[in-house]
Design a protein around this ligand. Structure first.
Ligand code: NAP
Length: 268
């Protein structure tokens, strides 16, 4: 198999697992990191520099791939960061920065890759979103919004581009054991804030979920299976039964009943 795959954010977590697995399957894999030189371990795939929030960095990488491979068949838009905080107290700059990585970054990658991808009519783009993007989670509003926005714009792109033979889909993970919690932007808990106790309690719940999350290999296996699909669906979800069921519940329960469930879960 000589398909060229670009996996953003492959230095750790889900991206690393995806890149390892696709390499093992015989794909030519380029994984990315903002600072590839900081990793002393040897990756079996090529780890290249990329910051999805920086235009020059994207241009440079695409140029390198053009010269070396003359094609990009698959883009896995995986790079992403977490953010927590009460909506009222989270700085807009922090929210904008999160959207730069989680929303505009993947879009910039898509815009840069498509002109090369469409030269071969079998391209695929998988945007890694999140189950959190299917609902506004308390104290994760900006994260939910960034992933929800990526979900929705993927639907538009998918229809626009279908006739060109390029498959677009999203894959929303539940909780997986990665370093994402330790790298999250946390808006500080403000003393005497009306959210002090509920926010702190929610932070504890969130961290416990990720720490006890599933093995990232599940996501890698799913990505490989999706790449084999000739006519994929727009959206896929991977996670525990309860996490997946939360999306179904949102569709079928009256809105207030669903909100009550979430509030109970987050002790609000
Ligand atoms: N883990 C979960 O439970 C979970 C659940 C739902 C969705 N997700 C989503 O899955 C994706 C991967 O998350 P993860 O859990 O594997 O997190 P992670 O271990 O923290 O990995 C994040 C990756 O993104 C890269 N990255 C961060 N900012 C970047 C930027 N500006 N430009 C380019 N690369 C950047 C990091 O690479 P460098 O630091 O080396 O640049 C790293 O490789 C994210 O989109 C996340 O939102 C994760």
């Amino acid at each position: 198999m000589n398909q060229v795959v670009l996996v953003t954010g492959a230095s750790s977590g889900l991206g690393k697992s995806i890149a390892f697995h696709l390499h093992k399957l015989g794909y030519t894999v380029y994984g990315t990191s903002r600072n590839p030189e900081q990793y002393s371990e040897t990756f079996p795939f090529t780890l290249v520099q990329l910051d999805v929030t920086k235009k020059d960095s994207i241009t440079q990488l695409i140029q390198t791939l053009k010269e070396k491979e003359h094609r990009i068949d698959v883009l896995i838009n995986n790079a992403g960061v977490g953010i927590t905080g009460p909506v009222e107290e989270t700085s807009l700059d922090a929210m904008r920065a999160n959207f730069e990585t989680n929303f505009f970054g993947p879009l910039a990658m898509i815009q840069a890759v498509l002109p090369i991808m469409r030269k071969h009519t079998d391209g695929a783009i998988i945007n890694i979103t999140s189950i959190a993007g299917y609902m506004g989670l308390p104290f994760r509003g900006a994260y939910s919004a960034s992933k929800g926005a990526l979900n929705i714009i993927s639907e538009a792109l998918r229809m626009e581009i279908a006739a060109q033979g390029i498959r677009v889909m999203t894959l929303a993970p539940g909780d997986y054991a990665t370093d994402i919690a330790s790298r999250r932007y946390h808006e500080a808990v403000i003393e005497n804030s009306p959210y002090q106790n509920t926010y702190q309690e929610s932070l504890n719940t969130m961290d416990a979920h990720v720490d006890s999350g599933n093995d990232p290999i599940e996501i890698a296996l799913k990505v490989a299976a999706l790449l084999r699909k000739k006519t994929p669906k727009p959206h896929y979800v991977v996670g525990s039964f309860l996490q997946k069921f939360s999306i179904t519940l949102k569709k079928i329960l009256p809105q207030k009943a669903y909100e009550k469930l979430l509030k109970n879960h987050y002790k609000l």
